[in-house]
Design a protein around this ligand. Sequence first.
Ligand SMILES: O=C(O)CCC(=O)c1ccccc1C(=O)O
Ligand SMILES: [Mg+2]
Length: 373
Amino acid sequence: MLHIDRVRLSLIEMPLKKPFFTHLGTVHNRQSIIIEVVDRDGVSGFGEAVAFSSPWYTEETVQTELHMLKDFLIPKLFTEEINHPKEISSIFGSIRRNEMAKSGIETAIWDLYAKKQGQPLSYLLGGNRKEVPAGAVVAAQNIEKALKQIGDFQEQGYQRIKVKISPENDIHLLREIRKEYPYVPLMVDANSAYTLDDIDRLKALDEFRLLMIEQPLSITDMVDHATLQKQISTPICLDESITSFQDAYSAIQLGSCQIMNIKMSRVGGLENAKRIHDLCVEHHIQVWCGGMIEFGISRAHNIALATLEGFTIPGDIVSSNHYWEEDIIEPLVEVKNGMISVSTEAGIGFTINRKRLKEVTIYSEEYEKGKGV
Ligand SMILES: O=C(O)CCC(=O)c1ccccc1C(=O)O
Ligand SMILES: [Mg+2]
């Protein structure tokens, strides 16, 4: 049995080395909540709640996560008996949605459990890979900067390039990219910038030999995605539409996508991510691990998740120093020859850099079992 006695939340903030531009908004500064769960033997597990400061990507924000954690999730955790981290998602089942807040704490408990077992988290999740392939994301302000970033990523060995697009910034951009990099493994992410009225533009993207188009239509449009997939040859990958096992099931049954981006944070944690992965493998849907411009703790969990057999496509998993001057983990995540090696240490296999954590913490709170939250 796990005896979680204390939970510490640290709200951290760091500027990105360079801004991340999408049609929905620009990220200059990243806030995130680092969650430390401590058991009665003093062993710590770490997770990260990765919602953004404003609700542009999902409805959750840093502030809604703090509210959920403090007023519902942590009190719930202190009153339930927990034998295994896979139970957490059903323990939190009485609280609707708020998947990123749930994931932050569920992943921390996985790390704690793996440390208590003396096993790498990847192994406990059922993963076998010794290294995982890395892909990178171009979210640049203009075409010149995008082309330069692609060159830099190629030099660093990234195996797949993803470019953010919208109807205002697609065909011309892709034509320029293909002129300079005819063979780079390329995909695009639209973050719901299109509707079926844009069908001609979307069909025109087929000529660019894209690995996939991620989330072209709106979040709840499973039916329209299925309609679109019948009319374009580029495989559709769903991201924002998949917030649960049921969403994944619906998408597969409807034929809304051929590929799925799995983000543990968007689906409430590692156990749900694993169940969605298993369902996709069963139905021959390829999967890859998405990113959230995250810090090292969430990145470490992503690496562990991406060791599962179905993760056949390079994910949005970049090195620590791509976004950050100095990340909060040790060692840093590094990409070598396009691969990230998987730690063989117990738990997530990275330790927290307490000095760096303190430097970037703007607010922290601690909760103790039996003390009333
Ligand atoms: O973490 C990364 O490297 C970027 C991944 C990315 O594209 C992204 C980053 C923030 C929010 C949403 C998305 C997305 O995949 O749509
Ligand atoms: Mg996406």
